[in-house]
Design a protein around this ligand. Structure first.
Ligand code: FAD
Length: 321
């Protein structure tokens, strides 16, 4: 049987996030030939709607309101519940992003439905869909089947491949007017910390540094390698706690979860809490002076050596390509 699936698209600074397309691909699989409706919220997002159609959305609903310019769970919650009421979907897909992680339990509790969070892959289609998600900090995977009611899932970024873009595909775009009222929080201004480069959670290449990097300046060779590879710099909590870098770079159980194609861990011992945030990366390269370091247990390639010698050599090699 086919299903109608509602998919939340995410935009940041006027551009759609890749997870929006991944969520559409997940929605297509769950819908089994049914309709996939993408929802886009913001103060001025209509221009982005057509792009969602090219990646497989059959229909796009935009909700525009000045209070949706910045994310608040109140504002987004009201808009999403209005769309859900209008569309009456059989399944809902959000990204397992900071936004998705915050809003999805609130929507689920309002609707009194279950939530299958942090899905990394889906087996089967439609009624037969089975959701696979990591448990015990990524040490095991469980398979979840939703027996009845609305299926509500969040998908981990970088795990479900988007559909190939079809430039000629056009989705039906409509807008829904929602009166966003009684907000408990109104964001007046966002002051951004200057952050350059690629978004860590969506990066295809992550170069992460740990306490072995030894100082803020010690991150410079990692940054150079990341630039050469078009990747992002991440860190262990050890490096963040030592004030070598900002906590926004922290990867792990209490930081960001990343699943890049290539993860290079430099001067990171491989504590279980760190592995929880990166062990599902496709290829893991560990650089550590200690041959017994735990990180080598999850690494596909291990280099026993000083990161300050190894990283510049890698950078030079990659520059030649
Ligand atoms: P260390 O364990 O000190 O390892 C440094 C490594 O660098 C060593 O293996 C050393 O051999 C190597 N090294 C030193 N110099 C060099 C060099 N020149 N070249 C190459 N290698 C070198 N940690 C996280 O990362 N993320 C989390 O989200 C997180 N959440 C936590 C939550 C809780 C509740 C708790 C209790 C802990 C959490 N931690 C987390 C902390 C975690 O337990 C570790 O303490 C932390 O990951 C260690 O960071 P590290 O590997 O950088 O440092």
């Amino acid at each position: 049987m086919s299903k109608k699936v509602l998919v939340l698209a995410e935009a940041r600074e006027g551009a759609l996030r890749n997870v929006s397309y991944e969520a559409i691909a997940a929605g297509k699989q769950i819908s089994n030939g049914g309709e996939v409706v993408s929802v886009l919220l913001g103060d001025s997002v209509k221009d982005l709607a057509s792009e969602l159609g090219k990646y497989g959305a059959d229909r796009v609903i935009t909700v525009e309101h000045p209070h949706l310019k910045q994310y608040t769970s109140d504002g987004y919650g009201q808009a999403l519940l209005a769309v859900i009421e209008q569309e009456d979907p059989e399944a809902i897909v959000f990204g397992h992003t900071a936004l998705g992680k915050d809003i999805s339990p609130k929507i689920a509790s309002k609707l009194q439905i279950g939530l299958v969070s942090d899905v990394t892959s889906i087996e089967g289609e439609g009624e037969a869909a089975v959701y696979i998600r990591p448990i015990y900090s990524g040490k095991a995977f469980e398979k979840v089947k939703v027996k009845d009611g609305i299926e509500f899932i969040t998908i981990r970024p970088n795990n479900i491949a988007p559909l190939a873009k079809e430039a000629s595909k056009v989705a039906d775009v409509s807008s829904l007017s929602v009166d966003i009222t009684n907000l408990r929080t109104i964001i007046k201004e966002v002051v951004r910390k200057s952050s350059e480069g690629v978004d860590l959670s969506e990066a295809k290449v992550v170069i992460a540094g740990g306490r072995g990097v030894k100082s803020e300046e010690g991150f410079a060779p990692l940054k150079e390698l990341a630039d050469v590879l078009g990747g992002a710099v991440g860190a262990s909590r050890g490096a963040c706690d030592a004030d070598y870098c900002d906590y926004s770079l922290q990867i792990g159980q209490t930081g960001k979860v990343v699943t890049p194609d290539l993860y290079i861990a430099a001067g990171i011992s491989g504590a279980i809490q760190h592995l929880a945030g990166m062990s599902n990366s496709k290829i893991i390269v560990a650089i550590n002076k200690d041959p017994e370091a735990n990180i080598f247990k999850v690494a596909d390639y291990g280099i026993v050596g000083d990161l300050f010698e190894v990283i510049p050599l890698l950078t030079e090699e990659f520059k030649q390509l």
